[in-house]
Write a protein that binds this ligand. Structure first.
Ligand SMILES: Nc1nc2c(ncn2[C@@H]2O[C@H](COP(=O)(O)OP(=O)(O)OP(=O)(O)O)[C@@H](O)[C@H]2O)c(=O)[nH]1
Length: 239
């Protein structure tokens, strides 16, 4: 079984996870890190309680959108899926909030692929995405884990808010081209199929890069799983 690790990064509120800032308003049973740790999985009841838009990770994992998903903690979600007949054990790293955090040292060592999210109605989030892409590209030159450029996906989220658009489609496209990564605009709130297609595309690119690596080197050189446990010490959730 192939193991794929994706990090979903972006400015606060870009719509990475579906974890809104209304956490404080949520009933304790529906949110809170301790409760989520105890349950060990996303809480389906949340979807019934909140009919507002949710974001990429939760949308992909649950098929539903959850507008305000309470969490104050970073975590790694896990999911098993079948891609082109191949079993994949997927881990998705979801930081609590990316605000101001650009170092990415741990993430660059851990992740096989990145999804960088910005909000098309928020220029500041686009600037942050740009800085993240720069950081990732820079790491290709350093000692961090090498990754294929196609394993980075730039996503302009909240396309349903195009009447409030601050970032043009062409700007996103250009930024992606400059950084040799893939690009799409979508709405986590309204475009479930597009969200899935985007994740699948990243997964395909990552797994095909694995195949190339497998051909190039003997087995036994790949085990970052223990390292990530030591570095992050995060909870793992099955969905
Ligand atoms: N209209 C619209 N709102 C969205 C969409 N995706 C997310 N939102 C809303 O945007 C807000 C922020 O979404 P989150 O998923 O919490 O954003 P985040 O990037 O995880 O934010 P942090 O947890 O602060 O890092 C929430 O109120 C979501 O309901 C979308 O596609 N369209």
């Amino acid at each position: 079984m192939a193991e794929v690790k994706l990090a979903v990064l972006g400015g606060g509120g870009a719509g990475k996870s579906g974890k809104g800032r209304a956490a404080a308003k949520l009933p304790l049973a529906l949110g809170g890190a301790a409760e989520r740790r105890r349950r060990g999985r996303l809480v389906p009841a949340l979807t019934a309680a909140f009919a507002s838009p949710a974001a990429l990770t939760v949308r992909f994992l649950t098929r539903r959108f959850i507008g305000e998903y309470a969490s104050n903690a970073e975590c790694i979600y896990t999911k098993h899926l079948c891609l082109d007949g191949r079993q994949i054990h997927l881990e998705i790293y979801d930081p609590c909030s990316q605000r101001g955090k650009l170092s990415l040292t741990d993430e660059l060592h851990w992740a096989d692929g990145f999804i960088i999210v910005y909000d098309i109605s928020d220029r500041a989030s686009f600037a942050f995405a740009k800085a993240l892409l720069y950081r990732i590209r820079e790491s290709h030159l350093g000692a961090c884990k090498k990754m294929v450029e196609s394993a980075v996906f730039l996503v302009g989220n909240k396309q349903d808010l195009c009447h409030m658009r601050e970032v043009g489609w062409d700007e996103g496209q250009k930024l992606a081209m400059d950084n040799k990564c893939q690009f799409c605009e979508l709405s986590a709130a309204e475009h479930y199929q597009e969200v899935v297609a985007m994740f699948m595309k990243v997964l395909r690119n990552v797994t095909s890069s694995f195949k190339v690596k497998e051909k190039r080197r003997p087995s036994g050189s790949k085990s970052m799983a223990k390292l990530i446990n030591n570095m992050f010490g995060k909870r793992r959730k099955s969905v």
